[in-house]
Design a binder for this molecule. Structure first.
Ligand SMILES: *Cc1c(COP(=O)(O)O)cnc(C)c1O
Length: 414
């Protein structure tokens, strides 16, 4: 082999565990259940606690099995450091809790995963201010910036209406203004897109979705891409500055304040399960993206369908943007039937999909959006973010494409 050429995405991923020698010639890193870690002398314990010697202290803020997963995600993202959490929401919630203070301002895309929107609502009552903008155009982000704006936050492809953020131009804007750019990469995953490539300082992934991919584990991760200059960030605590090199300030504050204080630690068993799931990410994504494109195209061509929202379709308003940014267009799309077709009845005629929330499962999942995941906010708020009452969300699984096409087609026949 040519040793100078970097290995591919999946080759690196599946061989990552055994790059470090493991007992009994195991090729997967074992699950370490231990809550605490003991050392030969009390002096050694002190050195570990002071960071003078590498080692684990207490599993809430670090554990060998979770570290194995953190290293994998970090490799996938091309990051400086990755911190895992018990869920995607734990990772997202930790960002304002560890990095923001009262009086700070956030500019966020208004096209967001519903629970992230709910976090912005919560911090609005804690003395921070959030401006929601249409982030498909950098101009709206720029117009909302204030002297106290600390973070610009967007999703790559928004769930469920698939709006694509103007990622490259927002990244350039944040760089010019010295603002931290945080990107939720869940819908694209590091296989389709690296937020680092557009200048993001933080990339967030819900591991529950495509990265684990089997609907049997929850997890989340924040990757510090290494691009943001933390010495310019006013909210780094003095003890973090004292005990860590400058480039690690952000990751250290997120780990120490986020995991140690708030405690939403990923369990070692779950980390190990997610590690296995992630090995087939590229295979699953290639398949699900191809099927999503096929089904979306078939639906769009049928007169009984009013609209289909999938960044892979040339009719999608940000199709060109998605084409420039991503390796493929993702496993999720949403669509509206003509008004004379009952959407509950259509969904119930589908034989293969499970009627459920969640995304990125091996099985295709279908859900009426307004009546379930967007029921809480009410019709007026739904209309503002472009969610029609008859919007149906589809997360395509790894079933055979022909079977999916046939099923979505037959369900149109009344
Ligand atoms: C599901 C999801 C989350 C939250 O992840 P959980 O692991 O369910 O907590 C965050 N962002 C996006 C875009 C998601 O789809």
């Amino acid at each position: 082999m040519d040793n100078t050429k970097p290995l591919g995405f999946t080759t690196t991923l599946v061989h990552s565990d055994h790059q470090k020698s493991i007992e009994h010639a195991s090729i997967l890193r074992p699950v370490h259940h231990s809550v605490t870690f003991g050392y030969a002398t009390s002096r050694e314990v002190a050195e570990v606690f002071q960071g003078k010697k590498p080692g684990f202290r207490y599993a809430r803020q670090g554990n060998p099995s979770v570290l194995a997963l953190e290293e994998k995600i970090n490799q996938m993202e091309g990051g400086l450091s990755t911190i895992c959490f018990a869920s995607g929401m734990a990772a997202i919630g930790v960002i304002p809790q560890t990095l923001l203070r009262a009086g700070d301002h956030v500019v966020s895309s208004s096209f967001l995963f519903g629970n992230t929107n709910s976090i912005w609502h919560t911090i609005g009552h804690q003395g921070m201010e959030v401006s929601l903008v249409d982030a498909t155009d950098v101009k709206n982000v720029e117009a909302a910036l204030k002297p106290n704006t600390r973070i610009v936050y967007v999703e790559t492809i928004a769930n469920p209406r698939t709006q694509v953020a103007d990622l490259k131009r927002i990244g350039d804007l944040c760089k010019a203004r010295g603002i931290l750019f945080a990107v939720d990469n869940t819908m694209t995953t590091p296989y389709l897109f690296r937020p680092k490539s557009v200048g993001a300082g933080l990339s967030i992934n819900s591991l529950t979705k495509s990265i684990n991919g089997h609907g049997n584990a929850m997890g989340g991760a924040i990757t510090d891409t290494g691009l943001f200059d933390w010495t310019t960030f006013p909210n780094i605590f003095e003890n973090i500055k004292r005990n860590n090199p400058e480039r690690m300030w952000g990751a250290a504050q997120i780990r120490v304040r986020g995991l140690r204080d708030y405690g939403a630690a990923l369990s070692p068993e779950t980390a190990s399960r997610i590690s296995s799931g992630a090995e087939t990410l590229s295979l699953r994504m290639d398949r699900t993206c191809a099927s999503a494109m096929g089904v979306a195209k078939m639906l769009e061509a049928d007169s009984r369908v009013k609209s289909v929202y999938y960044p892979g379709l040339s009719s999608h308003p940000q199709h060109k943007l998605a084409n420039e940014l991503f390796k493929n267009y993702g496993s999720m799309f949403s669509f509206e039937l003509q008004d004379n077709i009952d959407y509950y009845d259509y969904i119930d005629r589908l034989k293969l999909p499970v009627y459920a929330s969640n995304l990125g499962d091996t099985r295709t999942l279908v859900i009426p959006v307004a009546q379930t995941i967007y029921a809480e906010i009410g019709q007026e708020a739904r209309a503002k973010v472009g969610i029609a009452e008859n919007l149906i969300r589809v997360s395509i699984g790894i079933e055979d494409t022909e079977d999916l096409l046939e099923d979505f087609r037959q369900a149109l026949k009344v």
